[in-house]
Every structure is written in structure tokens, then in C-alpha cells.
Ligand binder design. Structure first.
Ligand code: HEC
Ligand code: HEC
Ligand code: HEC
Ligand code: HEC
Length: 444
């Protein structure tokens, strides 16, 4: 790490925070303590000379708008913007090139036991480009029941939920599937005004309340889908397990989900393990919570350089005519040489090597803990079948293993494999290990 560069960036950030404060009016007060928007520091091409005006282009300071409900809005499809915004549209269509899927149940056979009784134990394809969402959803081997599965897949459903409210989530999957015209559209992030940042998935703004403006608009746009959610047991609506930024961490989110009760008066569960009766939770891609979590090198309030999801996964590209625009092909930063050259490499001499090291340590520990978790699930089944566990202990073991699995899963299903936030990753795996130790002790 080049220390002198770091200081320069910090200076730029301070300027960014001040200017954001001025431009954003009231919300500036809440933005400033967070270290300002990131996008700006990321885009500062010459931090050494950057005067305040050049350091923060005015348009990047624009605040996010939360879409209004009940307006009867219809979606302008991605294809319909192609001539007006050719650069964004063409790069968006490049997501089709990210077409490879691999099957997690084969790569990590332990999930066949850990998720046993749930669809993901049978079929769990890895993520690929955004433009594939509907194909992948309709072809999975998992059963679909309700339209709430479309929450993160098509703008048509986003508009429907805005217009009709929570009742949209409980409709039958099959009744909606034919209404899809815009698989993964501009609408999610821009409503019908490309370039302006919107939150159209209002469960996100509901979960953050007045903390919404503390997070960069570009990061919010991804947090609409790349986050942990559950379907409300009563309404089936997509819901987050926090009601403020302070509650957005794996410990408080677990406590929140553990306090939920389903229609039958039981502790909320995504499914029940039929062999040993553990009421299990399934975490889903918590990239948003991981990036904004404590210890995040580029995302927490104490980061020396804040970067948004878009700073690392989109970046700026120059078109043939010289215009600079935001690249809408969502890729690994390691596949974006222009981004590495213009930004990351100022501090990271070899980011690919750093990422590889973190990810290989991650897999060693994630795999080892998964084998342990699998073994403990089987031990509990055996103890129940052999009548070796007293009733008063049984519920305690089940709860301890439910919690251990939550922490392990929070890390396993996070798509960066540890690099978004090595500190939080370690915290979760430490918790999982500790809880598994307790469960083993209880079963002795
Ligand atoms: C409307 C929901 C939604 C929004 C908004 C969204 N994503 Fe995604 N994203 C998905 C889904 C679903 C997939 C997996 C697609 C598949 O495999 O069919 C995905 C896949 C990806 C991938 C490819 C993953 C891989 O393993 O190849 C990247 C990278 C990504 N998203 C980044 C982002 C970023 C950055 C943002 C914000 C600028 C964002 N996404 C916003 C739903 C969303
Ligand atoms: C997953 C969210 C997401 C989707 C979907 C999306 N955009 Fe964007 N868009 C962004 C982000 C993030 C920015 C950069 C905003 C910033 O840096 O302040 C952006 C910026 C833009 C801009 C401003 C100019 C520029 O290039 O920075 C335009 C115009 C735009 N997008 C058009 C589109 C069009 C057209 C589509 C659909 C084909 C689309 N976007 C889909 C997230 C998205
Ligand atoms: C500081 C830069 C940085 C930020 C900020 C960041 N990411 Fe990442 N992200 C990475 C790196 C590095 C990887 C690992 C890429 C690899 O393995 O090739 C990654 C991986 C991913 C992947 C898996 C992509 C793949 O190709 O396997 C997804 C999806 C993703 N990030 C989404 C997000 C979302 C959503 C946000 C914001 C909530 C975000 N990222 C913020 C750097 C970043
Ligand atoms: C101003 C210096 C600076 C810049 C510019 C910078 N980083 Fe970082 N980055 C750091 C520091 C400091 C850390 C924390 C220490 C470490 O892990 O090396 C870090 C950590 C990371 C990590 C976690 C690495 C790991 O495996 O532990 C990722 C991923 C990352 N940065 C991605 C990026 C990407 C992508 C860019 C460019 C868009 C970027 N960084 C630009 C300073 C910087």
C-alpha cells in the first residue's frame, strides 16, 4: 500500500463530503460523517491536482429517489432505450457474455446434507449475467410457488409490486410468468429516467428508514437484490431483517429472524430439516450487508477510501467518440483492466493475487466448517433415533445448530468468497465454529 496516495485520497474524500453536503441540502448532514460518496473518490483521475470542483462531478452527487407507490406506472423496457443511450445499452447487453453456470451441489456436495429437505440441496446454479435471470429462474430444479420469486428478476414485477402493494407477492408464480416483457431492466435502478438513481424495490427503503441517504445511491441500486431477505410469513412479501443501518449485521439480523413467528406459532424457518427437526434459515447473497458491514475495507464508515458497488463492478469507459460513460456490464473488477489501471492499481500492486490469497484461505475454512456442520447434523439425527438425547437438551442443540448454520451460510452464499469484507467473514466463521463446539458439547 502506498501511504502517500492514501492520504491524498483521504483529502479528496473530505472535499467530496463537504461538497456533497452542500449539493445535497439537508441530507448532506447525514452523508458527511459517512466519508462521502465514494464514486467520486473512485472517479478522481488526478487526485494530486483535483480542485474541489473537478473532484466531484455534480451529477454523481445526485440523491436517490424512492419510487412512489400506487401510480399505475408502466415499464419502459431496456430495448426501448437502446437508441437514446447506446453506450449504456450496449454494455448492458454484454452481460450475455457472462453465461457460464456451475452447479454448487456438485462442487460442494456437503450442501446436499446441510440444505437437505430444501430446494437448494437438489439444484443450486451459480450466478451469471443479469440478462439471464428469467431463463435461470424458470429452468431451476427448485419448485416455485409464488410470484415473490420474481422480486429480483424482472422490472415487470417491480412495477406490479409498486402499483399493487404487498398482495402482488402472494400471487401464483404461474399466473405471472407470461406477463414478463423486460427480464432485467433499466427500471430497477432508474425507473423510467435512465441516469437518475431510484430505489424501486421499496422494501429496501422501508428497511433503512432515515438511514437511506447514508448509503451511496449506486450501492443502494444493487442492494435492492444483492441482499439477505425473507418472505414475510403472513403476507409473503419480500422483507429485510433490519429496520436501520445499525441493525444491518449478521448478529442482529439473526436475532431478528429468530424473533419472527410463523402462522402456526412456531419460530420462523425457511424449512425444517426432516431428519433432525432443526428449523433452518437460508441466507441469500448478502453482498449489500457485507460491503456495508463493520471492517469492510472500502465500505464501512471508517474506510479510508469508500467505493460503491458501481465503482468496483461498473467503472467508467470511454466510447469511440470520446464520451465517458458508466459501463453497464457487471463484471469482476479483475476483468476490467481499465478500472485496475486507472484506479485500483494506485494502491493495489497486484489485486488479483490479493483476491486469490483471500479466496483460497476462505475456501479452506468454509469447506472444513461445512464438513463439521454436516457431521453434527448427522450426529443429531443419530442421537434422536437412538433415543440418546433428552428432550430438554434437544431444542437447545437444534437452536445452536440453526444459528451456526446461519453464520456459515452468510459467508458461503456471499458472492465475493470473502474479499468484500475479510473481517466480517472471519467474524461469521468464528461464530459458526464456536456454536458448533457448543452443540457438540451438548450432545456428549
Ligand atoms: C433486480 C435485481 C438485481 C439488481 C438491482 C442487481 N442485481 Fe446483480 N444479479 C442479480 C441476479 C438475480 C443475478 C444472477 C443472475 C443469474 O445467474 O441468472 C445477478 C448477478 C450479478 C453478477 C454476476 C455474478 C456472477 O457470478 O457472474 C454481478 C457481478 C452483479 N450481479 C453485480 C451487480 C451490481 C454491481 C449491481 C448494482 C449496480 C447489481 N448487480 C444489481 C440481481 C440483481
Ligand atoms: C443495477 C442498476 C442499474 C441498471 C439495471 C441500469 N443502470 Fe444505468 N446506472 C447505474 C449506475 C450505478 C449508474 C452510475 C450512477 C453514478 O455513478 O452516480 C448509472 C448511470 C447511468 C446513466 C448516466 C450516464 C452514465 O453513463 O453514467 C445512464 C444514461 C444510464 N445509467 C442508463 C441506463 C440504461 C439505458 C439502462 C438499461 C439498458 C440502465 N442504465 C440500467 C445503475 C444501473
Ligand atoms: C472494493 C471493491 C468492491 C466493492 C465496493 C464491491 N465489490 Fe463485489 N467484488 C469485488 C471483488 C474483488 C470480487 C471478487 C471477484 C473475483 O473473484 O474475480 C467481487 C465479487 C462480487 C460478485 C461475484 C462476481 C463474480 O464474477 O464472481 C458479486 C455478485 C458482487 N461482487 C457484487 C457486489 C455488490 C452487489 C456490491 C455492493 C453491495 C459489491 N460487489 C461491492 C470487489 C468489490
Ligand atoms: C487509496 C488506496 C486504495 C485504492 C485506490 C483502492 N484500494 Fe482496495 N484496499 C485498500 C486498503 C488499504 C485495503 C485494506 C488492506 C488490504 O487488504 O490490502 C484494501 C482492500 C481491498 C480489498 C480486500 C482485499 C483482501 O483480499 O483482503 C479489495 C477486494 C479491494 N481493496 C478492491 C479494490 C478495488 C477493486 C479498487 C479499485 C476500484 C481498489 N480496491 C482501490 C486501498 C485502496
Amino acid at each position: 500500500m502506498a501511504d502517500n496516495k492514501n492520504k491524498i485520497f483521504m483529502g479528496g474524500l473530505f472535499a467530496a463530503a463537504v461538497i456533497l453536503g452542500l449539493l445535497a441540502g439537508n441530507s448532506g448532514k447525514t452523508l458527511a460523517p459517512q466519508g462521502g460518496s465514494s464514486a467520486d473518490a473512485g472517479k478522481t483521475e488526478e487526485p494530486e491536482q483535483g480542485s474541489s470542483e473537478t473532484a466531484v462531478p455534480e451529477e454523481t452527487a445526485a440523491a436517490v429517489t424512492v419510487a412512489e407507490k400506487g401510480t399505475g406506472i408502466t415499464v419502459t423496457k431496456a430495448d426501448d432505450w437502446s437508441s437514446q443511450f447506446p453506450n449504456q445499452y450496449e454494455t448492458y447487453m454484454l452481460n450475455n457474455e457472462n453465461s457460464e453456470v456451475h452447479e454448487y451441489t456438485e462442487e460442494h456436495p456437503y450442501i446436499q446434507r446441510i440444505y437437505a429437505g430444501y430446494g437448494f440441496a437438489k439444484s443450486y446454479g451459480s450466478a451469471r449475467g443479469h440478462t439471464y435471470v428469467i431463463t435461470d429462474l424458470t429452468s431451476t430444479g427448485r419448485p416455485h410457488k409464488l410470484a415473490n420469486c420474481f422480486t429480483c428478476k424482472t422490472s415487470d414485477f417491480t412495477a406490479k409490486a409498486l402499483n399493487e402493494g404487498d398482495s402482488a407477492y402472494a400471487e401464483a408464480f404461474e399466473d405471472f410468468v407470461d406477463q414478463i416483457t423486460d427480464p432485467f431492466g433499466c427500471f430497477h435502478c432508474h425507473s423510467n429516467e435512465p441516469g437518475k438513481m431510484y430505489v424501486t424495490h421499496t422494501y429496501l427503503s422501508d428497511a433503512l428508514g432515515s438511514d437511506l441517504t447514508k448509503i451511496d445511491a449506486a450501492t443502494l441500486s444493487c442492494g435492492q437484490c444483492h441482499s439477505e431477505y425473507y418472505f414475510d410469513p403472513a403476507t409473503k412479501a419480500t422483507t429485510f431483517a433490519y429496520t436501520s443501518l445499525a441493525g444491518m449485521n449478521p448478529d442482529d439480523m439473526l436475532a431478528y429472524e429468530n424473533a419472527l413467528v410463523d402462522g402456526e406459532g412456531n419460530m420462523f424457518a425457511d424449512w425444517v430439516d426432516e431428519e433432525n427437526g432443526i428449523r433452518k434459515l437460508k441466507v441469500q447473497h448478502p453482498e449489500f450487508e457485507t460491503i456495508n458491514g463493520e471492517g469492510s475495507p472500502h465500505g464501512s464508515s471508517s474506510s479510508m477510501l469508500k467505493l460503491s458497488c458501481a465503482d468496483c463492478h461498473m467503472g467508467q469507459t470511454k466510447a469511440d467518440d470520446g464520451t465517458t460513460f458508466t459501463n453497464h456490464n457487471w463484471t469482476s473488477p479483475l476483468d476490467n483492466q481499465a478500472l485496475l489501471d486507472s484506479n485500483c492499481s494506485q494502491c493495489h500492486k497486484d489485486l488479483a493475487a490479493e483476491v486469490e490469497k483471500t479466496q483460497s484461505e476462505y475456501w479452506t475454512r468454509v469447506d472444513a466448517l461445512a464438513e463439521q456442520l454436516k457431521g453434527l447434523n448427522d450426529d443429531l439425527t443419530a442421537a434422536i433415533n437412538d433415543g440418546k438425547i433428552a428432550d430438554d437438551k434437544l431444542d437447545e442443540v437444534r437452536l445452536t445448530l440453526r444459528n451456526a448454520q446461519w453464520y456459515w451460510d452468510f459467508v458461503f452464499v456471499e458472492n465475493s468468497n470473502g474479499v468484500h469484507n475479510p473481517t466480517l467473514t472471519k467474524h461469521c466463521l468464528d461464530q459458526a465454529e464456536e456454536l458448533m463446539g457448543q452443540a457438540a458439547q451438548l450432545m456428549q
